[in-house]
Write a protein that binds this ligand. Structure first.
Ligand code: IPE
Ligand code: IPE
Ligand code: MG
Length: 248
């Protein structure tokens, strides 16, 4: 079972699962005297590069925060630009992902998306479902609290009378994936902003001032190098770890 509190995950040099809060698009644009939304456009390019770079490193799961349950609070024109960009990406970028053997998933509530976006998501997921390369999960209208609640509500609907940790873990949006090993946030803020709350219990957090549109292959290498220096104890003492996992 994929639960860091119930089993100690296998140790790997390359994180099996990387989660990213892609933050700083607006500030990237502002620095260039461009409208905020131009930052989102360049952010999409950075994401394409990130997918390729993760795939070539052998990362198995990449989960990116594209739109939070709280981002609906933004000005209407920014929200509608983001929805338009999402739809465009679903229509224009998925073919290439498919060619690269990438499996695409969209995690989050779909209730507030328009019919075209929902159709685009379903088509993209169906097209890429059998791919065996990197699994790319786009978190859109996603919140960590929402995720835990939907898991619990599914359990209730199934008639479960005793809610266990394992049952919740299984019903989360990423229930079939290992938990994130490396959790990156760009853009300088050092907070989680309601991303993968449950799944990040033992994730290695990495914060960088780099704004998301500037995040490139070297930035990823730096993040992975930082990850490789961490001693992941999962509650144990350093002395209990195999010698090759001790870092001090
Ligand atoms: C992250 O960049 C993208 C989304 C939240 C959609 P921001 O838009 O939050 O950029 P900043 O934080 O304002 O610079
Ligand atoms: C988090 O960034 C959400 C995404 C990157 C999609 P925000 O910019 O919305 O986070 P806060 O509001 O600064 O915490
Ligand atoms: Mg932000």
């Amino acid at each position: 079972m994929n639960s860091s509190t119930q089993n100690i995950p296998a140790h790997t040099q390359i994180p099996r699962h990387i989660a990213v809060i892609m933050d700083g698009n607006g500030r990237w644009a502002k620095k260039r005297f461009l409208p905020r939304v131009m930052g989102h456009k360049h952010g999409l390019d950075a994401l394409e590069n990130m997918v390729g770079n993760c795939a070539s490193k052998g990362v198995e799961y990449l989960t990116v925060f594209a739109f939070s349950t709280e981002n609906w609070r933004r000005p209407e024109d920014e929200v509608s630009f983001l929805m338009g960009l999402f739809l465009q990406a679903l229509q224009k970028k998925v073919e290439q992902l498919h060619k690269n053997n990438i499996r695409l998933k969209v995690i989050g509530s779909r209730e507030r998306f328009n019919a075209d976006i929902i159709k685009g998501i379903e088509a993209a997921e169906a097209l890429t479902a059998a791919n065996t390369g990197l699994t790319l999960s786009i978190a859109a209208d996603y919140g960590g609290r929402w995720d835990i609640l939907q898991a619990v509500n599914k359990l209730i609907a199934e008639g479960e009378t005793e809610i266990t940790e394992a049952a919740i873990a299984r019903h989360l949006m990423l229930g079939d994936a290992p938990e994130p090993d490396l959790f990156i946030r760009t853009g300088g803020e050092t907070r989680i902003s309601n991303f993968l709350l449950w799944q990040s219990a033992y994730a290695e957090l990495y914060f960088t001032d780099t704004l998301w549109p500037d995040f490139n292959g070297q930035s990823l290498n730096d993040a992975v190098a930082s990850f490789q220096k961490r001693e992941r104890r999962f509650g144990r003492t350093s002395e209990q770890l195999p010698a090759d996992q001790q870092r001090s």
